[in-house]
Write a protein that binds this ligand. Structure first.
Ligand code: SF4
Length: 311
């Protein structure tokens, strides 16, 4: 049975402490890196592709062509940068010819702020780029910038923190094709791995060992039409569904969707108030009133660090 129900406007977020001896956070937003030094080969390449960003599409990159609602992702690496209204944007250079590279905004160690793993010390790998522009987005700094890192560099930095849990987030991590390789490599290294995805791209490419936390974008997100409804049929009890809610209309919409498609029978369902937009206590009262089988989450990292990048 199709999960798409035309009765509902069906349609369809993701967050340091440096451990002793661990490497410093690799790339706080805007911080210079060795690759920014034009006197080095890497720096020269970095400058070249910075010039190219926003216009060039190379064979090594997947680009988003057209408006975000009509995405076409091509080739080996997809990174979305710039504004969604731009026809195509990319981050590319000869340095991305290594297919094991990814564009990374930051890697940091903090407490998990969401999901059933809330409060657990976790290493976060934030990938650069996102094809969506949700009204409440709190990670717009990950839309552009970042730096290329090889798989071994990423794994080495993660290992420095000696974590048990690793979360790959964004941006939209699945916009980079090599994200799937990274997720499998992290599982192979023995970590408990989760992925935070906006729900617009195919989650079927993700290693079955990974806990997939899949957003369902609500009407007030401004991106409801981007939901990839086929993803619902791929969910297992190991995954989680997340609604970020902006108002009561969003709540009612999510509630109806849950009931029509028995989402709580598939996997845990998370209801999160959009920070600064919907009162968490109010949302809690609605959930109790309606006896919804969902988990209210309030984004612990924002309570602790006010969403400062790197936490
Ligand atoms: S899907 Fe993209 S735009 Fe929406 S909240 Fe996540 S990072 Fe921000």
């Amino acid at each position: 049975m199709s999960l798409v129900n035309t009765d509902v406007a069906l349609p369809f977020r993701h967050g340091g402490v440096e451990p002793s001896g661990a490497p410093a956070r690799s790339m706080p937003v805007g911080a210079p890196s060795r690759s920014d030094d034009p006197s080095t080969a890497g720096g020269a390449a970095s400058q070249l592709f910075q010039q190219a960003a926003g216009s060039a599409i190379t064979r090594d990159l997947a680009s988003v062509v057209g408006s975000p609602s009509r995405m076409a992702i091509t080739n080996d690496l997809a990174v979305v940068s710039g504004q969604p209204s731009q026809m195509a944007s990319s981050l590319s250079s000869s340095s991305t010819s290594n297919v094991s590279q990814l564009r990374i905004t930051e890697i940091f160690y903090s407490l998990q702020g969401e999901t059933s793993r809330v409060g657990l010390p976790t290493v976060f790998i934030r990938l650069t780029g996102c094809p969506l522009r949700c009204t409440y987005c709190d990670t717009a700094y990950a839309f552009t910038g970042g730096q290329n890192m090889s798989m071994s560099e990423i794994l080495g930095q993660v290992a420095g923190y000696k974590p048990h849990y690793v979360t790959v987030t964004g941006g939209e991590p699945l916009a980079q094709k090599n994200c799937a390789l990274l997720l499998s490599a992290l599982c192979d290294a023995g970590y408990e791995v989760s992925l935070e995805t906006g729900g617009a791209l195919d989650i079927g490419v993700v290693d079955a060992r990974v806990m997939r936390v899949v957003d369902i974008k609500t009407p007030a997100s401004g991106e409801v039409e981007k939901n990839r409804w086929e993803n619902l049929e791929l969910l297992t009890a190991h995954d989680e569904i997340k609604f970020v809610l902006c108002d009561e209309a969003d709540y009612q919409w999510a509630k109806q969707l849950m009931m029509q498609h028995h989402l709580a029978d598939k996997c845990p369902v998370l209801f999160s108030p959009a920070h600064g937009t919907l009162n968490a206590t109010l949302l809690a009262e609605w959930i109790l009133r309606d006896r919804l089988p969902v988990r209210l989450q309030v984004q612990l990292h924002k309570l602790l660090w006010n969403n400062t990048p790197g936490h």
